[in-house]
Design a protein. Structure first.
Length: 354
């Protein structure tokens, strides 16, 4: 990467917004409009909330699994494939305005009707998908909705605005996941969240979100762009179909925080709590240099002879097929039956999986 670009200055935008609930196309179109607005205000990076397309399964927190199962089916039917026509809308908006975009989606499995992933999609300024990250461990009640991703998506993207990585919601608490990104050279971290007003009474979600962003930035000496969704009247009305007191649970304040944190652990500009809007902030990557002279946990301020972290970045699949080599025209016919079983010991059979 060009050193001048690597240490460049740019404007980032953190979107705090609700989706068009369980409507992927409409939410993608809303995202496109917000990208246009942010780009018009000079943003080169626009970060959206967790599973923004087409929304978050709040029912898992307010009702039993059997009742919630019907809503899970609604979510599956409304979710998206990658690539697909819904994300294409977002990609075209990114290309039209020449901005980088990070956006959360509910991603459908190409091989299973009952599997969803909580996925962050990284999009370049030319509209290409740079990569995706599937949330490694769904948090608490979220295990009723999503399966976990694997280490292949735990990576940093080399972009014109700097090394860009990201994590979804609670996995920003996972120290090893965060370190894995820092150890790959991350300097700009996208942290996507949902508002969770149904958390325990003594849990301030907005404060917890901000604290996690400050921790990552201060420990790694990087910038963190935090984007959190809001709970709309549409979502509350839908959840009242499940539970009459849903409004009381979902209208609780201090559930959402969006902002931009610098490498000193402080806000670049004042963040936004609860209300919809876009937070803008200047990211100057040169600000990461001097703090790293004091604490560089992926460099001089560590002991790799004492500590070692192994990342398994091999993609995990439900099935791997191993085919036997095709015989040449003059090769003898393969043995069959018991004789073949005695000599092969099963190790070269075409139907075996590895």
């Amino acid at each position: 990467m060009n050193p001048d670009t690597f240490l460049g200055t740019f404007t980032a935008a953190a979107v705090q917004s609700s989706p068009v609930f369980l409507d992927a196309f409409a939410t993608a179109q809303k995202a496109a409009g917000l990208i246009a607005e942010a780009a018009g205000n000079g943003a080169q990076l626009v970060v959206f909330p967790e599973v923004y397309i087409p929304g978050y399964p709040y029912w898992s927190w307010i009702t039993d699994p059997v009742t919630g199962s019907a809503w899970f089916e609604k979510l599956v039917r409304a979710s998206v494939f990658l690539p697909g026509p819904e994300i294409d809308i977002v990609c075209k908006a990114a290309a039209s305005h020449g901005v980088h975009v990070v956006i959360g989606v509910n991603e459908r499995s190409p091989v299973s009707l009952g599997t969803l992933y909580n996925t962050l999609v990284f999009i370049g300024p030319d509209g290409t998908i740079l990569g995706k990250h599937r949330k490694l461990v769904p948090t608490w009640a979220e295990k009723l909705t999503w399966t976990g991703g694997d280490g292949s998506s735990l990576r940093v993207h080399d972009t014109a605005i700097g090394p860009l990585g990201g994590l979804a919601c609670g996995e920003n608490t996972n120290t090893l996941a965060r370190f894995s990104l820092l150890a790959q050279g991350e300097l700009v971290h996208a942290a996507s969240y949902i508002a969770l007003p149904v958390a325990p009474p003594d849990y301030d979600m907005a404060d917890a979100i901000k604290l996690r962003g400050m921790s990552h930035s201060f420990e790694g000496k990087v910038f963190t762009v935090i984007s959190t969704s809001t709970v709309s009247e549409e979502i509350i009305t839908a959840m009242e179909e499940i539970r009459p007191d849903a409004r009381t649970l979902l209208e609780r304040k201090s559930g959402a925080y969006s902002g931009i944190i610098g490498p000193d652990g402080r806000e670049v500009t004042e963040g936004l709590i609860d209300a919809e809007g876009i937070v803008y902030g200047e990211i100057d990557l040169a600000r990461c240099i001097q703090p790293k002279q004091m604490h560089d946990i992926t460099g001089h301020y560590n002991r790799f002879d004492v500590f070692a972290l192994h990342l398994n970045n091999a993609p995990q699949a439900p099935l791997t097929l191993s085919a036997a080599p095709r015989p040449s025209a003059n090769a003898p016919e393969p043995e069959t039956g018991a004789q073949a079983a005695d000599t092969s010991n099963g190790s070269d059979k075409a139907w075996r999986t590895t």
